[in-house]
Write a protein that binds this ligand. Structure first.
Ligand code: FCB
Length: 490
């Protein structure tokens, strides 16, 4: 019969066996030096010197303060107001109230020991109507945030578009309208000119594939549309163009030394078995299954298979546009959560076959979040091997879990620790083989508004009690703190 042990029981029993309960105090230091054996085991799990450890959030998911300092409406405000779109009909009008609590939240980062933080800037704060005159107060919050981060030795990595399109632009067609790409470039150039004396790393967009497919193809995300294939393909092209134009605007307006890239959730293809033929097939698959996004950006062309698939619905484009889309990048960020396909070699075209995930394949609290740690090895390895990218960041990785405070007030998210430990082992495998991953941003610093799932899914290292806005470090925060301190999987 299964016996449920409480933390108090554990302490008692553990004490009897000479064990002690894990310290959840993120500021606690290891009391004793590791034994030789432990030290050498750790050496095998180490990350390269100077590896950057960080956390990530995005504006709409944490800021709240949606009506303050002249912020305009975003498509997510509108979407969240529409009954039935978000679990519990929740919205992010308050969210984590980070707009008023950023100092405290930076203190949480400091306590973890992170050296970087990835956040996003709300376009409708800066240009309430998407374009035209910037709001004089639009960047004030981010100026303060960046200064406070730097004062705490946390390097700011800023994303310009994490899905909160100004509603006024959506009213004019959103990403279907090529003008949105131009407006995005203007906004990008403006922010770069103002912040790049302190923000040295800028991401144009977060997960194009998500906001295009889920927002405009499947109506799961804002603005909640289901466009027919031809219009969707053109919109995808316009989003790519927006990215490329923004890269150019940032280069034109930013202070010297500013690095530019993007954060994309590539479709991750894992070889079914690690043999040369299946690995080659997984590379082919990764290139083809990302043809509408990263492949186009890094190659400056749509693959013949992509154009054939689109057929009469293929996007209209000019060679000049493809050149813009492929504007050189300083780094590529990949958001990695789950393996999307297991792939095997196949002699027939296209040279790979996707193997369906078994119905018993495990997942975390979100059913889409399949547990496949090797995705964190293969995603950056493919990006490096297919496109010879020299600087890669893992811009998001983490998981949802059914977190709840225990009777003693602590949150024992042992499943998240399991998840992170296994994924990080695979990332360590990649860096130890020379895959050029320079940093890792854990999603997320704290629980927050999880898009269409509202507050029903928690991804944070800190538990947020939304009624009081109290943040409590979970077991995973203590784990991550150790990883950072050791620069190794612990
Ligand atoms: C990613 C998003 C991020 C967050 C995580 C869980 O797709 O970029 O905002 O919602 O998923």
């Amino acid at each position: 019969m299964p016996v449920r042990l409480t933390r108090r029981d554990f302490t008692k029993i553990g004490g009897a066996f000479g064990l002690s309960a894990p310290s959840l105090d993120a500021s606690a230091q290891a009391a004793t030096a590791p034994s030789k054996e432990v030290a050498s085991r750790r050496a095998e799990r180490e990350f390269p010197e100077g590896f950057l450890w960080g956390t990530a959030t995005s504006a709409y998911q944490v800021e709240g303060a949606v009506n303050e300092d002249g912020r305009g409406l975003s498509i997510w405000d509108t979407f969240a107001r529409t009954p039935g779109r978000i679990v519990g009909n929740a919205n992010a009008a308050v969210a984590n109230d980070h707009y008023h609590r950023s100092r405290d939240d930076i203190a949480l980062m400091r306590s973890l020991g992170v050296s970087t933080y990835r956040f996003s800037i709300a376009w409708p704060r800066v240009f309430p109507q998407g374009r035209g005159a910037p709001h004089p107060k639009g960047l004030d919050f981010y100026e303060r945030l960046v200064d406070e981060l730097l004062a705490n030795e946390v390097a700011p990595y800023a994303t310009l578009y994490h899905w909160d399109l100004p509603q006024a632009l959506q009213d004019a067609g959103g990403w279907e309208n090529r003008e949105t790409a131009n407006a995005f470039a203007d906004y990008a150039g403006y922010v770069a000119a103002r912040l790049s004396d302190r923000v040295k790393h800028i991401f144009t967009m977060n997960e194009m594939a998500s906001f295009v497919e889920l927002g405009y193809g499947q109506a799961i995300f804002a603005p909640g549309l289901k466009l027919p294939p031809g219009r969707l393909n053109q919109l995808r092209h316009n989003a790519l163009l927006g990215h490329g134009l923004a890269v150019q605007a940032i280069r034109a307006k930013a202070h010297p030394g500013t690095k530019v890239g993007l954060a994309e959730n590539i479709t991750v293809c894992v070889p079914v078995i690690e043999t040369a033929e299946h690995i080659a097939a997984a590379e082919r698959a990764t290139r083809e299954l990302n043809a509408g996004y990263l492949t186009a950006i890094l190659e400056g062309a749509y693959t013949p298979a992509y154009l054939a698939w689109a057929g009469a619905d293929a996007p209209r484009f000019t060679p000049d546009e493809m050149k813009t889309i492929a504007s050189p990048l300083d780094f590529v960020g990949v958001n990695v959560y789950a393996p999307h396909h297991y792939v095997r070699a196949c002699t027939a075209a296209p040279g790979f076959a996707s193997v369906p995930l078994s119905s018993s394949y495990p997942h975390m609290a979100s059913s889409w979040l399949k547990v496949g740690p090797e995705a964190l090895y293969w995603a950056p390895r493919h990006v490096a091997s297919i496109w010879d990218v020299k600087t890669i960041y893992i811009t998001e990785n983490g998981c949802s879990a059914a977190d709840a405070p225990d009777r003693d007030g602590n949150v024992y998210d042992t499943d998240r620790v399991m998840f992170l430990r296994n994924y990080l082992m695979q990332l360590q495998r990649a860096t130890s083989e020379g895959v050029p991953v320079r940093g890792y941003f854990l999603w997320s610093l704290m629980d927050n508004f999880e898009w269409a799932d509202g507050y029903s899914n928690r991804f944070g290292l800190h538990y947020v009690d939304y009624a009081t806005q109290r943040r409590t470090p979970k077991l995973s925060a203590a784990f991550y703190k150790e990883v950072i301190a050791e620069n190794a999987v612990v």
